[in-house]
Design a protein around this ligand. Sequence first.
Ligand code: S3P
Length: 438
Amino acid sequence: MSQSQSYWIARPGTALHGELSIPGDKSISHRAVMFAALADGSSRIDGFLEGEDTRATARIFQQMGVRIETPDASSRIVHGVGIDGLQAPAEPLDCGNAGTGMRLLAGLLAAQRFDSTLVGDASLSKRPMRRVTEPLAQMGARIDTAAGGTPPLHIHGGQALQGIDYALPVASAQLKSALLLAGLYAQGWTQITEPHPTRDYTERMLRAFGVAIDFEPGKASLQGGQRLRATDVVVPADFSSAAFFIVAASIIPGSLLRLRKVGLNPRRTGLLAALRLMGADIVQLDAGEQGGEVVADLLVRHAPLHGAVIPEALVPDMIDEFPALFIAAAAARGQTVVSGAAELRVKESDRLAAMATGLRALGVRVDEVADGATIHGGPIGPGSIQAHGDHRIAMAFAIAGQLATGPVRVHDVDNVATSFPGFDALARGCGFGLECGA
Ligand code: S3P
């Protein structure tokens, strides 16, 4: 993997105070661009995440002939080309760091008349794609991967797809969404069953775009041959980005932070339940609705945390929040036990290994097992950390530095811009000690 030059030095700042607006949800922003591009008519997206991952997805649709305007930062007007209006791209399509982009596009592109190639950065190029290409092949798709089932994906167009009745082997919203998108083009019904319910943004948003889709937690089905109708989308603030400030305010003494209008889809907020089990003080205020999603302000006050056994049933609902949780666990009194979380090994990095190694470098005891870890809370020391190009590992260790007895140097932090552009400035603004270097 190419190593970026950028690094942070994180060290204790002040108690955290203020009211913060967190950037738009990454999962919803990806889907909004995709579905708007496939719709008949023009859709406006507000609150769009100006992150590298979601901008890569928008660029890919522009390469396939979709006109996208940027009337102002965090807004897009997407002039949809209709379900059958995408054009063959002249070049490979670069998903950057985005697993969501690549997996959903694999489903969509498998059903097009033309060939295409999906590529990604060093991290994405190591991630497993057979979980998507194998069920798509059962539907009639032809996709070649690199040896080992990793990107690039060479997708052969012009295949007639059949609907599929498929039980997902892993709880993955990306996989579910890829199959539903292919199912839109397939003959007959596509029915998906999940081992545990995952985020349902694809289902909700397809319905908002006029698609007849049946879904309930753990199940979704739709019939092929439907069209999408343009609609406007308001993207709520990303809970997974808010998570870093929720943990930071919980563990930094004297802190009181208000996070404005955070998306609280229940399939995303497992971290709130986990932190409350550990003694956190988090209050929801002014609950309302934005773009069909529940949003509320979160008031987070410092509280002494204690270790807990994280229920396995919570894992899919907090799948992106384990780097932040590991820091809360390091700051807590006693042991925190994570299990049933083997999926963390195939995220933007092997997050179990990256967090265990990083925390140990700061003097925190972590016992790592195949599907989890036990974190022994205790003093956090100074040290040097590799983020492995993983945005969430970098942000997690920026928090660790706030409690450390000396500076924490976090290497390879450029990819924070994939999901949370401006994280460091927002963090400094509310009290973090965080310097950037290159
Ligand atoms: C996502 C689903 C999750 C999550 C990722 C975004 C999505 O991945 O980790 O950050 O937008 O559907 P899996 O569905 O593979 O668990």
